[in-house]
Design a binder for this molecule. Structure first.
Ligand code: OSB
Ligand code: MG
Length: 373
């Protein structure tokens, strides 16, 4: 598989509703799409970095530079024996897993198409034909609005509700939601907004029977999470602080959490995501697939990932229409009335790209070609 060229496109797509986390409010996404070409076939990936370096160190503008100046030149022109080769080829770029992972995932999609396989089969998935779905609901302007949104999503069939939390939008909000929805599987995601000094406040959440609390402490911390987990009944789920399979080994050794959120971009692509999946499975730690407000290509990649066997909990991957008036794929990602997404069997990521619409939302495009020399 010789990679002849890599095309980067930056898309600008407004969200149907703002999405607020403990670190910022997003109205519009600036997403980088990666196209890798070999033998006249294109594979597609999505770089999942946010617009600002607040979730992790990556953001659109920097991810473009890293992908264009560092990742693409290390992959273009290479004769790869497998998509597995991409992760080691770019490993000496420190951090920037999303920029690396967007290119890596595109090469997996290309390999699947060259083999005539659906992506889920190419990565060794296929443990389920339907993936269970939850939703992630951002911080709202009022508790009433949050409750209204939860009602809508439960009526649509989603299997669990994740609420974003931050200091000032935590115990009282979650108590109200639990009172209104006594039986619903609920969880909360703090995106690193607390410290160990807040253990007393976080312990109050044990009263609400949450399925888990996600990344309460610093984005790069494992040790304090272990101390907090020892004090909590509620399981901790780790997101930001797990960037490699090795981090998960360390977190498991220290008992820093009982569940792991796997995000394809945060972990640098399918190769390391599979290794992370396997480390967790061997330790009896369930995983689920997180999201980064992806457009259709990233969404479809998440669906493929969530067919690996240890993705036993509902993830954050949900219908396109929750984010976009119009998605860049056809059909859009849709959910069943029982809150699942049916996995598709077409080669590659399983959906068609709406090229006209993608062109319409493209604000920047550059090609990195294999150097003839
Ligand atoms: O922490 O899981 C997170 C969105 C942006 C940044 C971080 C996170 C999220 C989500 C949304 O929770 C997941 C989604 O619906 O795509
Ligand atoms: Mg999270």
């Amino acid at each position: 598989m010789k990679i002849e060229r890599i095309v980067l496109r930056q898309l600008r797509m407004p969200l149907v509703h703002f999405f607020e986390t403990s670190f910022s409010r997003t109205y519009e996404r600036n997403i980088i799409i990666v196209e890798v070409v070999s033998e006249g076939v294109s594979g597609w990936g999505e770089i999942t970095a946010g617009e600002h370096p607040f979730y992790n160190e990556e953001w659109t503008a920097a991810a473009w530079t890293i992908a264009h100046d560092y990742v693409a030149p290390r992959v273009a022109g290479k004769a790869l024996s497998s998509a597995e080769d991409v992760y080691p080829l770019t490993k000496h770029i420190r951090g920037h897993n999303m920029a690396r992972g967007g290119v890596e995932a595109a090469v997996w999609d290309l390999q699947a198409r060259l083999h005539g396989n659906p992506l889920w089969k190419e990565i060794g998935g296929g443990a389920r034909q339907e993936i269970p779905c939850g939703v992630s609901i951002g911080i709202q302007n009022s508790i009433e609005e949050l409750i209204g949104k939860i009602e809508t999503e439960l009526a649509a069939g989603y299997q669990r509700i994740k609420m974003k939390m931050k200091p000032g939008w935590d115990v009282d909000v979650i108590r109200r939601v639990r009172e209104r929805f006594p039986k619903t599987p609920l969880m909360a995601d703090a995106n690193s907004a607390y410290t160990l000094g807040d253990a007393g406040l976080l312990k109050q959440l044990d009263a609400f029977g949450l399925t888990m609390i996600e990344q309460p402490l610093a984005h790069d911390d494992i040790i304090d999470h272990a101390e907090l987990q020892a004090q909590l009944v509620t399981p901790i789920c780790l997101d930001e602080c797990i960037r490699t399979a090795h981090h998960a080994e360390q977190a498991i050794r220290l008992k820093a959490g009982r569940i792991v959120n796997i995000k394809l971009g945060r972990i640098g692509g399918f190769g390391e995501a599979k290794r992370l999946h396997d480390v967790c499975q061997a330790a009896g730690i369930p995983v689920w697939c997180g999201g980064m407000l992806e457009a259709g290509i990233g969404r479809a990649h998440n669906i493929a990932l969530a067919t690996l066997p240890n993705f036993t909990m509902p993830g954050d991957v949900s219908a396109s229409k929750r984010y976009w008036k119009r998605d860049i794929i056809e059909p859009e990602v849709e959910t069943t009335a029982h809150g699942t997404i049916v996995v598709r069997d077409e080669p590659g990521f399983g959906y068609a790209i709406d090229h006209d619409f993608m062109r319409h939302v493209t604000v920047r495009e550059e090609t990195v070609s294999a150097n003839a020399a």
